[in-house]
Write a protein of this length. Structure first.
Length: 135
């Protein structure tokens, strides 16, 4: 398992390596959190009273082919690729990494709605309802 760390937002952000043994590692860049998302996750983990970070992945679903999985991680899995962004651990399974490489998870409030937003540079097409995507 490898840990990558993001730099403060006022410093230049350079791509960080993913372990060379992972599928798609030659194209992978870290999965990061915005400051708002990291703050929201850290507060929720503290309120929850357990957990070591957040686990991101993809699953087959929806009209466009794939949907995001997001859950709190109580422990790291042996196969997880681990990144640290704004002090919060982000775990990604190796099968999902090529689809999530370079993604930033943001937490946004828009009017009365609030929630996580995936800014994924790999998405080529998304369904109209926003629940699924294709790469």
């Amino acid at each position: 398992m490898s840990a990558c760390t993001t730099t403060p937002s006022d410093a230049a952000v350079e791509p960080q390596a993913v372990p060379s043994g992972w599928q798609g590692a030659e194209r992978a860049v870290p999965v990061t959190l915005s400051a708002r998302a990291a703050d929201h996750i850290a507060r929720f983990l503290a309120k929850r009273g357990k957990g070591v970070g957040i686990r991101l992945g993809v699953r087959t679903s929806g009209c466009s082919g794939m949907a995001y999985k997001l859950e709190f991680a109580d422990a790291a899995n042996a196969e997880d690729v681990e990144f640290v962004s704004h002090g919060v651990k982000v775990f990604v399974d190796p099968k999902s990494l090529p689809y999530l490489s370079g993604t930033e998870l943001d937490y946004a409030r828009e009017g009365l709605n609030e929630g996580f937003k995936f800014n994924n540079p790999n998405v080529k097409d998304a369904c109209g309802c926003g629940e699924s995507f294709n790469v």
